[in-house]
Design a protein. Sequence first.
Length: 553
Amino acid sequence: MASLIAKTVKGHQYWYIVESRRVDGKVKQVILEYIGNNKKLCERVLQGSLTNLEGCLKTAAIKSYSHGDGIALMKVANLVGVKEILDLSWKTQTRDGVDRSTSLILAAIHRASSPGSKNSFSDWFKKTSLPYHMDIHAEAMTSQHFWEQMDGITEEELCSAEDAITHAILEKYDASLDKLALDYTNYFTYISSSYVKSSLAQRGHNKQKRNDLRQCSLALVTSKELGIPLYSHVYEGNKNDQSIFGEYLKLLQDRIPNYQPEEITLVFDGGSNTKKNLELLNSHYICSFSLARCKDLYGIDLSDYEEAEVNNKKANCFRTTRTIWGKERECILTFSQTLYDGQVKELEKNIEKAKKSLQELNEKIHNPKSRIIKEENALQKKVDSILSAKYMRQIFEVKTTAEGLQYEISEEKIEEVKRRYYGKKLLVTDRIEWTTEEIIRAYREQDQIEKLFRDTKDNRHFSMKPIFHWTDQKIRVHIFICLLGLTLACILQKETEKEGLKLSKDRLLEELSGIRESWITDSGEAGKEKRVIRKLEEMNSTQKKIWGIVEKM
């Protein structure tokens, strides 16, 4: 048998292929081939390896799957123990070899990664490595599969599951619930107006301007410390913020573990404010409040405001105490140049719109066929309608003469409106012992919940749309799934931030979706078992950092 040996000649190593043979009755090594130095040997070995690889690839099947985002989100679910929580929260069942909790976790990952209907799940699933790592047949994951797995889960069971997941997250990150941000939003559906089996889907003021469709609403609580959905409540789309506030407040008190109102500060917008709602509060609070109810505060000149530093930014504010609805409350009046500039632009836009409409109306007056001049009070009604935008009646002075309409614009009134009303926001609180900076900072932390709502309306990731379900029960489960997907992504973001990598959830999932796993299957010789080689494709520097963090989870 031939072998490879090295010989050292004048301090240099050279390689030979030799074979042992008997020569004249003695065993000697006969040189079969001279290879050369170490470099020549490496070239020879590499050439042989490539030749063998080319031969293998001729009989191999190669397939690449999306890998990073699905596996990362599944790791997060395992990290928090989501499956175990779901199994304890409702009755377990198995469809197509997949248990209910696994089905809903996969649906949540789908919503976070690539939002689509349950009907599109199978196509997305087949393009990922998840079916192979979880030993699930992608073809079985049809819309009917999810319909059956979602069926029968009650609102109480969903709340129980959400509460348990929130509790697990609070324990893992040693987080407190001392400051909670509360807000509301709504989502339009495609449920027909004549369909009576859904009480959640109702017509109301839609925040996405789809007032032509029925909608369902969502109340949500989060904290700055975590920035994840904590306690949600799905309710009828025709209820406004004021009417749902008391109902949701009672639910929160029942759901927050070891609820201690004296330690909690609830932060919310002015849309919830009524005398009754503020009386219902047994916790501390910070909320925005209508300046129209404290009109004397409009008269405070900006020169009387003081400068405060909030999150390394300067803020102009004025602090005082006022009696509101029979009770003394701490008031913080703030001025924002950004808010001021936006309101001025809106004012200028409304003025130009009113001028144009008045000119068009003047032209109609001179048209003998116009009904306006024939109908009693028709002209005044038109003028009132044109000047219905805020402050337009103060700014415009309109007269009716024989020649038609005449109007003047008061520049003095415009400047008064800007100076008196614009750029100002009033915050009201019972946190008398807090500094002005602490109160403003706590209120501004409410932007965390606004970010979550924007996420739920992002068509690339996390989107609640499309809502094609037709019953209240299925709508509730659908929203639970979407919020679960968002929660998993929030935790993933938190884990990467712990390692010093700060990326938005969108960017994080985009980078992860670019991490692909290649499967090389070699059928080999007839009768022999197939060999499978799995290998991640080459990653960029950011993907390497993210994946290093994911692997440690």
